[in-house]
Design a protein around this ligand. Structure first.
Ligand code: HEC
Ligand code: HEC
Length: 459
């Protein structure tokens, strides 16, 4: 900076002072007002919007993949892409220490590298270029952080595109900045072209990225949500042996455990003697000697810690007389006089509660799967007779009304036992099945010719 410009700047400063505007208190006051505004905004956001809680932490869950907070995702992605590079990809400290240190160093040193006294952006092209590529890179890496580096079919294309956009182009741009550092026009061209190609490539990556699926954790926050979540999980995993209400004392319809005597788990004997922590252990570890498999992920089962907690909460609030249950929404809206039930509104929740536990893949069930509308109508060893529109003698209707179906070829051999095997359905549930089949098994409420009525809470 020469003496001439120094004088100019000092003169301008004196003029500002004369106008009466001072750093203290004027500028500080403006800053305070702004910070207060942002603070209030944050409080409002936290109170009225918030972010959903994640599932409860489970230190024993080995399948959990930790991820950094969103503001570090770009670094996370950078490391993942760097690991894909040939040769230097294996030298970890380059990416974890050297590159971030150099980047921070450059940012810190920009004011010293570029000492131009001018504030107008046209006079500060080099620092603005360095910063722009850095910011564009950080934003794009953050956006791409959800996209896998190697796609599921093993193709590396998506990873290569990400590496070009996230590492090669920025690196090339920085080298060119160094070469062109005094040529404003070339700097602007380099920055624009680099930023544009990074954006286009990342856009392509995001467009090509496989749809995200699975792994969504359901988090129930209210007590009612937790009870309902627990009941759904119980229906799938436990009904098979313990019955929909935990009352089964003799197991029926389960391969290998037929006729096995068990203590009804809805009894005081079980609920009063097993505390919540030991209940977690019983469900997670199972009773391998008695035939109950382990359910906890730690022991090779399917349920996470919070899912087992929901089941325990469901059991307590439904069967343990020391707990007062809140109002739980009804399983299905009660049928009006002459109303035809539909799969979507009535049959699906009923099947999920009472049948799915056995009628899903890999269970003993005469190959009768009930997880979708199509499966209910088209699977089973006796598919031709299970469900016949308008026929009261459909096997399904007979078995749920406690009529055993005998083998037509060997009349003294039982072919299908009563359903569910261990405990009869309630009359209003049986009524829904009867009306559904008599009315031709409508799938949607519209097909059933009735408007959907939202489930009403129990009185
Ligand atoms: C394949 C059959 C089967 C399944 C599925 C099953 N259990 Fe069990 N469960 C058993 C058997 C058998 C016992 C031993 C009963 C006994 O000793 O009285 C048992 C015992 C229990 C006990 C302890 C009872 C006691 O007296 O100690 C609890 C609690 C229990 N089960 C809960 C569950 C829950 C919750 C689920 C679903 C996550 C479940 N079970 C799934 C078969 C099963
Ligand atoms: C405890 C396990 C269990 C539950 C719960 C259960 N089933 Fe079954 N289901 C079986 C088994 C096992 C068979 C094979 C026949 C037999 O052993 O009786 C079967 C067979 C059937 C069949 C005959 C399929 C065919 O093509 O031969 C129908 C229909 C059926 N179940 C309906 C139901 C309905 C409806 C429910 C729910 C309300 C239900 N089941 C709940 C175990 C179960």
């Amino acid at each position: 900076m020469n003496e001439e410009t120094k004088k100019q700047i000092n003169e301008r400063y004196e003029r500002q002072l004369d106008k009466g505007e001072r750093f203290w208190p004027d500028t500080i006051f403006k800053d305070l007002i702004m910070s207060l505004g942002i603070f209030v905004l944050l409080i409002l956001l936290a109170t009225f919007v918030g972010i959903p809680a994640e599932a409860k932490a489970d230190p024993s869950d080995t399948s959990y993949i930790p991820r950094p907070e969103w503001y570090f995702l770009f670094l996370f992605k950078f490391l993942a892409l760097y690991g894909q590079l040939p040769l230097i990809g294996k030298i970890e400290w380059l990416a974890t220490v050297l590159v971030p240190a150099v980047a921070l160093g450059v940012l810190t040193l920009i004011p010293f590298i570029e000492k131009s006294p001018h504030r107008h952006y046209s006079k500060r092209v080099l620092p603005i270029s360095i910063m722009s590529i850095m910011v564009v890179g950080i934003v794009l890496l953050t956006l791409m952080s959800e996209v896998p580096t190697v796609s599921e079919d093993g193709s590396k294309l998506i990873g290569t595109l990400q590496t070009i956009a996230g590492i090669f182009i920025p690196a090339a741009a920085y080298i060119l900045f160094f070469v062109f550092k005094s040529n404003t026009r070339l700097l602007i061209w380099t920055t624009s072209l680099a930023a544009l190609s990074m954006i286009i490539l990342s856009g392509t990556v995001l467009a090509l990225a496989p749809e995200k699926h699975g792994e969504e954790v359901e988090v129930a926050t209210t007590l009612v949500d937790q009870i309902v979540a627990g009941q759904d999980l119980y229906s799938v995993h436990c009904t098979e042996c313990h019955g929909d209400d935990g009352s089964v004392a003799i197991i029926a319809g389960v391969e290998g455990l037929e006729g096995e005597k068990i203590t009804p788990i809805n009894s005081r004997d079980v609920l009063y003697t097993i505390t919540d922590p030991s209940m977690y252990e019983v469900i997670a570890y199972g009773r391998p000697n008695a035939g109950m498999p382990p359910f906890g992920k730690t022991y090779g089962g399917e349920l996470s810690r919070s899912e087992i907690d929901y089941i325990t909460i469901f059991m307590r609030y439904s069967w343990d007389d020391r707990f007062d249950a809140p109002e739980i929404p009804e399983l299905f809206p009660p049928l009006a006089e002459g109303e035809a039930p539909s799969y979507d509104v009535h049959i699906q929740p009923i099947v999920k509660r009472y049948c799915i536990s056995c009628h899903r893949p890999d269970k003993d069930n005469n190959n009768y799967l009930m997880t979708t509308y199509e499966e209910i109508l088209t699977t089973g060893d006796n598919v031709a007779n299970n469900i016949i529109a308008g026929d009261e003698n459909s096997y399904l209707l007979q078995t749920i009304q406690e009529h055993v179906i005998m083998n037509p070829e060997k009349p003294d051999e039982e072919m299908i036992g009563v359903m569910p095997p261990s405990k009869a359905l309630k009359p209003n549930v049986i009524e829904v099945f009867i009306r559904w089949i008599m009315n031709g098994m409508p799938k949607t409420a519209a097909e059933a010719g009735v408007l959907f009525q939202s489930p009403t809470p129990a009185p």
